[in-house]
Design a protein around this ligand. Sequence first.
Ligand code: ZN
Length: 508
Amino acid sequence: MSHTLRNRASRPRTRAPRRLTAALLASAVSVCLVAASAPPAPLGVGDRLFPYLGNPGYNVASYDLSFTYPGRNDKPLQAVTTIDAWTTASLDRVNLDFAHGTVRSVEVDDQPASFTAAGDDLVITPETPLPAGSWMRITVRHTSDPRAVKGRDGGWVRTADGLAMANQADAAHLVFPSNDHPSDKAMFTIRVTAPNAYTAVANGIPTGVERVGGATTWTYRTLHPMATELAQVSIGRSSVLHRKGPHGLPVRDVVPTKDRAVLEPWLKKTPDQIAWMESKVGPYPFETYGLLMAQASTGFELETQTLSLFERNVFTDPAYPKWYVESVMVHELSHQWFGDSVTPRTWSDVWLNEGHATWYESLYAQEKAHKPMAARMKAAYTASDRWRAAGGPPAAPKRPDPGQKIGIFRPNIYDGAALALYALRQEIGRERFERLERIWVQTHRDRTVTTAEFVRLASNVAGRDLTGFFRAWLYGKKTPPMPGHPDWKSTAPAAAPAPAPTGRHSAR
Ligand SMILES: [Zn+2]
């Protein structure tokens, strides 16, 4: 994700109160799964930043999502979500995350099951308990409501001509029932039925278009596992523009039909940007790529898998310089490797996404627009102690602040984390750093990862133990000295409020 400051400033944030109950209950989960007699309760997988996200006791293999769009974006969609999952514990009840829609019915293995809501969870009780180590199929018939949830951001984004999706970090379960945590990636089939005037596009490749009377059903399938936070569905008066990327990679962009011509100069940059990223870290990890140009003011751009979400205005507002827009395109593109293909196992590891995306965004600006990375890193170094004080160190970010729209997505995990990568390159040298990056995305492709795994691989590539180095850079309250730049100084937190990461830029 990257933020555009302009929009961020213009949209106040409201936020739900902390769900203490969920947090407390979640912490008890690892000790005991739900006892049959206990009242239905929301569960979580124990994520430090989002304790109520995800659920224990099963791994999802695949989601099949069907949405029926009524032709307007202020009414609920009818939906059917089918989940194939493997149980890892004996389950009297199955918890899914789902918090914004009406559930009409639930079936487990084709048998009706009872269900109730508890916190952000849909708690399902099958006829008979499910044994550990078995397949289960859950079918939920429900509505999916595009109207904003009071006090919460994310989920469906209402655009000028339809809908898009922005689920990061904790909003997929406002759209569909799921195990809404990046530690449980799964395959997705997404079907959208909409009036014929609309075009629907989702992650992955199209596998069918069927027109029946006044409605068309569009079907898409991912060829790689995906985290729920990276799901994308676009419904609009859109055109899908096709072009070829490196090695014949199919690139398809989704744009408002009326804006095709004005956006084309930007869209045609993508194949070269993919080739540039491949020259840095190796083959593009997915079956397709493209930009979704939404007519909406989200205040951020988002790396939804194979189809990154952008605000159209970023490309049409002359306030954003060309080099800056291109570097944001590369930011979201690089997330396809860092975040989408190689996915953090907990939200505390999100610096692995944003630090790397900021790194390649900055490297691209250096190589293509003569914006020296060292200057940006020096500015980041100056601000780093303040960012750490405000948001926590890169790999131990603080929980979202009430009233702050950007949530956990603070400068400490963007330029603050890119700064740690810069320190690493200074420490181990360019050649080893570049090798590490390539091995990292190759080894962990389609998987989930932890910070500890990155530290281990970096140590292997460097040929020495870097645990202490990373402990200081990723978990320290204060910014360590920058190798090779003893003159760089970080301003003490008390001296001034933490600035936006790149003050000289109009946006980020
Ligand atoms: Zn990002």
